[in-house]
Design a binder for this molecule. Structure first.
Ligand code: ADP
Ligand code: MG
Length: 316
């Protein structure tokens, strides 16, 4: 499911490819003949960082089979814990136990009972994780990198391409977009932001030629029961899908992992806390927040590059 649509005005020089990995369709738009090796490169990361890849590193870590992990997995968990701390637990890399109670794909999905949620909350909390000399002690929690891994891998892919002197194009990982560099004619890309309340439409356009864009929305993975939507962005305090009036959050940053984690974190924080958090300058990023009552908040650094195109929304 794409959150952003990208338009290319010089399609002849680029070719598109689609891979399925990381539980999402990955679409590349790169110079003709310059795709080689990217799918294998992505799959080396998937084996390390995906909690659902059977026999993979994170899978084995969560099973208790292995505590000593690769530098990549160690560093990403370490980074995740730092972001969990800095966001006051709005982002919590240990939501694994809670996530496993929710099945958003099933035909007859149901809301977990409160006893199960209570137990899952007891075996979560980033403060329980202990990291030391390449080893990770879970202390009953389950690590879930679903809110950060795609952004991290997106940046690795861009660095990989730059290493081969490929400096134009983009890669879309569903809700995460990595800009490899400007169009060959020097222009910026137009990134359309999905309307979270009507996902066939878009609300606006961002112009950019580098960096990472991450969108978290309640429409990405969800089920509906009795008219209520249950989605995959969990409030780690309650163990329930976040329900605070936010419809979607876009984060732009030169740090891929940070963009991804913060789009999840700001969604959980809600509007007021997100605005305060931005003012504190804890991290270097820009954001767009869309509320269910159709207001769009655009941070200062994006004002000149983001245009609202939908009449259904009001700039806040
Ligand atoms: P997507 O996976 O659709 O790109 P997000 O970046 O918002 O969307 O990440 C959502 C995923 O992050 C969930 O599927 C889950 O694996 C994980 N997650 C959910 N809630 C949280 C949270 N509060 N903190 C950290 N990770 C979370
Ligand atoms: Mg995210």
């Amino acid at each position: 499911m794409l959150t952003a649509v990208l338009f290319s005005s010089c399609t002849q020089k680029y070719e598109q490819n689609t891979y399925f990995a990381l539980d999402t369709y990955i679409q590349t738009n790169l110079p003709v003949g310059k795709h080689s090796g990217l799918d294998d490169y992505i799959s080396t990361f998937e084996k390390k960082l995906s909690k659902t890849y059977e026999g993979g590193e994170l899978y084995n870590l969560n099973l208790g089979v292995e505590q000593t992990v690769s530098t990549e997995l160690y560093e990403l968990i370490e980074r995740s814990v730092q972001i969990s701390e800095s966001t006051g637990g709005a982002f919590d890399v240990t939501v694994g136990s809670i996530m496993s109670l929710w099945d958003f794909k099933s035909e007859n999905a149901k809301v977990p009972d409160s006893e199960s949620i209570k137990n899952a909350l007891a075996s979560s909390g980033y403060g329980k994780l202990k990291l030391q000399n390449g080893q990770i002690m879970l202390n009953s929690v389950s690590v879930d990198l679903g809110g950060i891994a795609k952004g991290y891998i997106a940046q690795k892919c861009v660095e990989y391409l730059h290493g081969q002197n490929i400096n134009t194009g983009f890669i879309s990982f569903g809700g995460n977009i990595a800009l490899v560099g400007p169009k060959t004619n020097g222009e910026k890309w137009n990134i359309a932001l999905k309307d979270p309340l009507n996902t066939d439409k878009t609300v606006g356009q961002l112009k950019a030629d580098s960096g990472y864009i991450s969108v978290s929305g309640d429409y990405e993975r969800y089920f509906e029961l009795d008219g209520k939507r249950y989605h995959h962005i969990i409030d780690p305090q309650s163990g329930m899908p976040t329900d605070n009036g936010i419809a979607s959050v876009m984060v732009y940053s030169n740090d891929g992992a940070l963009a991804d984690a913060l789009s999840t974190a700001l969604f959980v924080m809600g509007l007021e806390q997100s605005l305060e958090f931005y003012e504190k300058n804890v991290f270097d990023y820009e954001a767009i927040i869309i509320t269910k009552d159709r207001y769009i908040y655009v941070s200062d650094g994006l004002e000149d590059v983001f245009t609202i195109t939908s009449e259904q929304y009001v700039a806040a």
